[in-house]
Design a protein around this ligand. Structure first.
Ligand code: ATP
Length: 327
């Protein structure tokens, strides 16, 4: 269990983390979400005692990180996959870490096997692809067989097979009763992986909730209509006090009415419908709505908080969003 109590970090006048209090519980995967610059990495660094809080504190199983006897046996982390010594082989990188932390040497081969790097164990890690580097970073996090694991953007650089692998790894580690805390920009990925969500924006806690409740409470439900008599449909909706939002591909979306009401309304006015469907906004949309006021960098054309016209999964949004950072 990880407990944050009023955790705060200032960089000069910049408040990167603002009185964060939450718990990360064992036996589940907790997703840590927030737009770029929200303070996720800074929070994780303070959890590992790599940065000093301005105020507040973090407890790991009731203790401060620096009070842990052999920290790698309590908490393993993947923060920066490039942190490894490039001139050393994967095996030697892990061996040094094992020796420095009084972890049995045999564990090195075990974790190399878990992450699938046994065939390249003797190769220098500087020649590794981003995905292999991520796997090596994950191996180092697993080395002490810790009860708590923290991953900062672990799917970065992984191909679909690698993403599938890490998703299953995190779930299986959680099912063993471990505490798994993972940050990601890939909302669709979180939907498939996390049981619980912590959402932050501009360093502040925006949500601490189960995944199911997050979607239920934050996603907008609406009805999608498509008709060959589009103008007539719009007119009838307007007369009924309903606002139709154009949603592309000849569809309109309506809030505040059920499919039954809209179907009957169309029938009364003899309007043919080619589509009448109840929709619920996805996790990406719920997340965008929640954090809309706290993003530092907006991608062109995606700064509105409303749902996009189609129901595409998150990576599209994540990619355009990230690619705009620093533009
Ligand atoms: N060493 C530092 N000095 C000054 N400002 C910093 C420092 N580290 C982080 N920041 C600022 O603090 C804020 C939070 O940064 P942080 O990297 O924790 O966010 P993040 O949620 O991890 O973002 P990303 O998803 O882009 O990695 C940002 O505005 C960032 O520019």
């Amino acid at each position: 269990m990880i407990e944050l109590d009023g955790l705060t970090k200032h960089f000069g006048s910049k408040v990167a983390v603002d009185h964060l209090s939450f718990q990360v519980r064992p036996g589940m995967v907790t997703g840590f979400l927030g737009p770029n610059g929200a303070g996720k990495s800074t929070t994780m660094r303070m959890m590992l005692d790599l940065d000093n809080p301005t105020s507040g504190n973090v407890r790991i199983d009731g203790k401060r990180y620096r009070e842990l006897d052999e920290p790698l046996k309590y908490i393993g982390a993947l923060l920066d996959a490039k942190a490894m010594h490039g001139g050393r082989s994967a095996y030697n990188n892990l061996l040094c870490l094992a020796q420095a932390n009084r972890i049995p040497t045999a564990r090195v081969d075990q974790v190399l096997d878990v992450v699938g790097l046994t065939p390249v164990a003797r190769k220098k890690s500087k020649g590794f692809s981003l995905g292999m580097g991520q796997r090596l970073g994950i191996a180092s996090a697993l080395l002490g067989d810790p009860e708590i694991l923290m991953f900062d953007e672990p799917v970065n650089g992984l191909d679909p097979e690698g993403i599938h692998w890490i998703r299953n790894l995190m779930k299986s580690l959680a099912s063993e009763g471990r505490t798994i805390f993972v940050s990601s920009h890939l909302m669709s990925e979180m939907a498939l992986t996390a049981d619980h969500l912590i959402v932050i924006g501009q360093g502040k806690l925006l949500a601490d909730t189960s995944m199911a409740d997050f979607i239920h409470e934050n996603s907008r439900s609406f009805v999608r209509l498509r008709s060959p008599q589009r103008e007539r449909l719009r007119e009838v909706l307007r007369e009924s006090g309903l606002t139709a939002v154009e949603a592309g591909s000849g569809t309109v979306e309506i809030d505040g009415a059920t499919t039954e009401e809209l179907g009957e309304l169309a029938a009364r006015h003899q309007i043919t419908l080619h589509e009448l469907s109840s929709q619920r906004a996805s996790l990406e949309e719920a997340f965008m709505q929640m954090t809309a006021g706290s993003v530092e960098y907006h991608a062109h054309g995606t700064s509105h908080a409303g749902p996009p016209s189609d129901q595409q999964p998150g990576p599209q949004w994540g990619q355009s969003y990230q690619s705009d950072k620093g533009a």
